[in-house]
Design a protein around this ligand. Structure first.
Ligand code: AMP
Ligand code: GLY
Length: 423
């Protein structure tokens, strides 16, 4: 098969690394890709939301399957675009159709889906500029901290957690009336604050059957001790030590099953990954959010633990035969530590030469915001490279990642030295 992966992050390098190991894959193309995918696939420089360019590439290269990494093309309907085009409709796309991608594209849609299917989540109400005053009144009924979420996609920045009621009201107004997050905040979901520890559950579904992949925990804040600004993710660990089999059973019965059954009942066509952001409150899991893709950097620890041929899983997903697959998981722990550009998640410089990659031993460097230039690997984004390691315990694995990071360098390189500190 000739397989196309869309995206350019550490997640997509990890997909490419796993797909390239499959005997079913003869040729692998990544668009646009990065310096990591360039080592194992052909990069083609087109944007993941340029559907026409993707169509031309797929027809030109006789591509047999498209795997979508990020959410944007899914929320914009890339799967529907393929189904509605006579020349493309037979080509499987891994990722939900537009109607189902609203689970990530609209927080309000996700909340009404959960309430309709009795899936445990924080209590909420949603507001727009026509009922701002009601929003203020609702805030007064809640205890701090106040959780305000822009309804639409806001590049991971659309959630505010605020202690002071006056400030919460002010921010609500800025979101709804001042368009703080543009169109994405023309509606705002206000939620009850849930106090607990977060983890993520990954599911692949063919729209009928589902398989659960390893759990992972990511570290979202830029600073050690989970302080400072939110980022895309600074590191991850799999499995999650506190996710006992009893707790996993609760996640499957109360959340995964009703989610997949809900998709069927609501006629939301879904062939792809569901990333369920969870919080453990007491002994009970509740849903924080749905994403319609894999996580980044969670993919960098989840896929290395998957023993199955990923292309076989994708074929079964496309053919609605996931019930024929037995998922096999590596017993070892996997950890990853993200190297980022100094200044990220605010402004940072690019084009810094990355040295030492060839000295890495016993870890896997998954490239993210990194590109080839004049024979060197240089930084091209905020999150630059994820260093993944295996170990008998997550402590062993994380030690290996840090030992290898000691050999790597680029100007203003930063990383968190405390991944796993809270476990
Ligand atoms: P989201 O984009 O919905 O995942 O929210 C971003 C982050 O905000 C989450 O990873 C949580 O850390 C936090 N968060 C979101 N909703 C809540 C909530 N209801 N209670 C507590 N923390 C939350
Ligand atoms: N690491 C969080 C995400 O991919 O959304």
């Amino acid at each position: 098969m000739t397989i196309l992966i869309l995206g350019s992050g550490g997640r997509e390098h990890t997909f490419a690394w796993k797909v390239a190991q499959s005997p079913l894959c003869d040729k692998l193309i990544v668009a646009p890709g990065n310096s990591g995918t360039a080592q194992i696939a052909t990069n083609v420089n087109i944007k993941v939301t340029d559907f026409e360019a993707i169509k031309n590439l797929v027809l030109d290269k006789n591509i047999d399957m498209v795997v979508v990494g990020p959410e944007d093309p899914l929320v914009q309907g890339i799967h529907d675009y393929f189904l509605n085009n006579d020349n493309l409709s037979h080509i499987p796309v891994i990722g939900p159709q537009k109607a189902a991608a609203e689970l990530e594209g609209s927080k309000e849609f996700a909340k009404t889906f959960m309430s309709r299917h009795n899936i445990p989540t924080a209590a909420y109400q949603s507001f727009d500029s026509s009922n701002l005053e009601d929003g203020y009144k609702f805030l007064e009924t809640l205890r701090p901290p106040y959780v305000l979420k822009a309804d639409g996609l806001a590049a991971g920045k659309g959630v505010l957690i605020i202690n002071d009621i006056q400030e919460a009201k002010q921010e609500l107004k800025e979101m709804l009336v001042g368009a703080k997050f543009g169109d994405a905040s023309s509606k705002v979901v206000i939620e009850e604050f849930l106090d607990g520890i977060e983890l993520s559950c990954f599911v692949i579904t063919d729209g009928k059957n589902y398989k659960i992949l390893p759990t992972a925990k990511d570290y979202k804040r830029i600073g050690e001790g989970d302080t400072g600004l939110n980022t895309g993710g600074m590191g991850a660990i799999s499995p999650v030590p506190f996710a006992t089999s009893e707790f996993l059973q609760k996640i499957e019965e109360r959340i995964v099953k009703p989610t997949v059954e809900g998709l069927v009942k609501d006629k939301l066509p879904y062939k792809g990954f569901i990333f369920i952001g969870l919080i453990k409150v007491g002994d009970d899991p509740k849903v924080i959010e749905y994403n319609v893709r894999m996580g980044d950097p969670e993919t960098e620890v989840v896929l290395p633990r998957l023993k199955n041929d990923l292309v076989e899983i994708f074929n079964a997903t496309a053919n609605e035969q996931l019930d024929t697959i037995d998922i096999e998981i590596d017993d070892r722990a996997a950890t990853t530590v993200m190297l980022v550009s100094g200044g990220y998640p605010e402004s940072y410089e690019k084009g810094k030469v990355i040295t030492g990659i060839e000295h890495i031993e016993g870890s896997i460097p998954f490239h993210a915001g990194a590109t080839n230039k004049d024979g060197e690997v240089v930084t091209s984004g905020g999150r630059v490279m994820a260093i993944t390691s295996y170990g008998d315990t997550y402590e062993d694995a994380i030690k290996k990642s840090y030992q290898n990071i000691d050999k790597l360098h680029f100007d203003k390189m930063y990383f968190r030295k405390d991944i796993g500190f809270d476990l």
